[in-house]
Write a protein that binds this ligand. Structure first.
Ligand SMILES: Cc1ncc(COP(=O)(O)O)c(C=O)c1O
Length: 443
């Protein structure tokens, strides 16, 4: 019979006699490669141990003098878990709320089939900040677009009157909505799709930032189209910012053809782009909005769909649910994640620090015009794209940045995204920019 022995905490945490604090980066890598799914290829020779402050990670690197050992170095977190930690690591307000909740208030988990008192706080906070009528709590980010997809179809049949089984959802080329079957069915990335078919049917694709293409599709098939599901700024695609008037046009088209505008703000929400939610930058209001990542304050996976009474109103008991969506601890963390966004003016700091970062990157671009092609972004969702040449390799930049004490990751061969915590300060922004300059210079 198999058995397992688990003792200790932190570095003393030992599983079957293997003490975590004794493992070198190579040791961690070999366990992950032997025992984990092979669906990630993390940066090599580095393992994060803990955080020092809201934007500083402590990383273990190989000891250059002894292969059996490691050293610890500080890294500025230029990515903050793909925008899941907008409030900064271990945000004190959220940590205090969690500790108080678990030790004094004492209500970790009950299911949705019985009411708990913190759901009211979560619903008041999420509808309040989003200006939406209703909110449905979920867990992972991908569950937000997944649920928007379901709501779109049901709304299409029950409200718009699309013949049963014929509803279409429109998605934008280059999108990223996560990794579930629906999300990869919406995707046009071959790596995400290969050998996972057959895919969810009833999906039409249009180019992003092309309202004429959307108009043609609506003219042709609008009667059957339930929603247009789209990110306000495409994050994973390399921080693609649409034209200022794109979403105004999209919104007019959606209204004209009675199509729901379903915006995936999992990455762009919670102050990231300089507005609480990125659609506000473009002066439109979606019918459905999916949030995730920073909705959990970097502490818990929390997502939700917010929307109009008409759209969310199509859900009925039994049609949708989630054991941990909005469970008491998540409701508390989700409420405080919003409190921090508001009280700490995260969107405003994103505008100010993002402006500084983009300015710094523009200056690097003008110093290396043969290397950097474009600097893009809104708020602190930023990226620089290099020319498509073998030596201008995004992965090499990520590795080089790590050597310079910065964590950032390429999104494509030649694009590197920078999206630090929204609590980051000027000194850290400048340190991060200096590291980019050094690495780009050396390419
Ligand atoms: C726009 C968007 N939607 C959905 C997701 C999926 O979120 P998760 O990985 O938490 O499921 C992501 C993740 O990067 C995203 O950027």
């Amino acid at each position: 019979m198999s058995s397992v022995s688990i003792t200790g905490y932190g570095d003393n945490l030992s599983v079957n006699g293997i003490r975590i604090g004794d493992l070198t980066p190579a040791g961690h890598e070999s366990i992950e490669k032997e025992k984990g799914g092979l669906n990630y290829s993390p940066l090599e020779n580095v393992v994060i141990s803990h955080v020092k402050d809201s934007s500083t990670l402590i990383a273990r690197r190989p000891d250059p003098h002894d292969v059996e050992k490691y050293i610890e170095t500080e890294i500025i977190d230029g990515l903050c878990c793909y925008s899941a930690v907008n409030q900064g690591q271990l945000n004190q307000t959220i940590v205090d709320a969690v500790v108080k909740h678990l030790t004094e208030e004492k209500l970790p988990t009950v299911p949705r089939s019985i009411r708990h008192k913190y759901m009211s706080a979560f619903l008041l906070a999420t509808t309040g900040i989003s200006g939406m009528d209703r909110v449905v709590p979920k867990v992972a980010g991908v569950e937000a677009p997944e649920l928007m997809f379901k709501i779109s179809r049901r709304w299409g049949y029950r409200v718009k009157g699309i013949p049963k089984g014929e509803a279409l959802v429109v998605a934008a080329n280059g999108n990223f909505h996560g990794r579930s079957m629906t999300a990869v069915s919406l995707s046009d990335d071959p790596d995400a799709k290969e050998d996972f078919g057959p895919f969810v049917p009833g999906i039409e694709m249009v180019p992003f930032n092309d309202s004429n293409a959307l108009e043609s599709l609506f003219e042709e098939k609008g009667e059957r189209i339930a929603s247009f599901m789209v990110e306000p700024i495409q994050g994973e695609a390399g921080v693609i910012v649409p034209d200022d008037d794109y979403f105004q046009r999209v919104s007019v088209l959606c209204k004209k053809h009675n199509v729901l505008l379903a915006m995936d703000e999992v990455q762009t929400g919670f102050g990231r782009t300089g507005a609480n939610f990125a659609h506000q930058l473009f002066g439109v209001k979606p019918d459905l909005m999916g949030c995730g990542k920073a909705a959990g304050g970097g502490i818990l996976p929390i997502s939700f769909v917010a929307g109009t009474d008409e759209a969310i109103g199509v859900l009925t008991p039994g049609s949708e649910g989630s054991t941990f969506g909005g469970y008491p601890l998540a409701a508390v963390v989700g409420t405080y994640a919003i409190k921090v966004m508001v009280d700490e003016n995260l969107a405003e700091n994103a505008t100010n620090m993002g402006g500084r970062l983009i300015g710094n990157m523009e200056s690097i671009k003008s110093d290396f015009p043969d290397k950097i092609k474009e600097v893009r972004g809104r708020g602190l969702l930023t990226a620089f794209e290099m020319y498509d040449e073998p030596h201008l390799d995004g992965h090499a930049v990520s590795v080089g940045l790590l050597e310079e004490g910065v964590y950032a990751k390429e999104t494509h061969h030649s694009t590197v995204r920078l999206a630090p915590a929204l609590t980051i300060n000027k000194t850290q922004i400048d340190a991060l920019s200096d590291a980019i300059r050094t690495v780009v210079k050396g390419l």
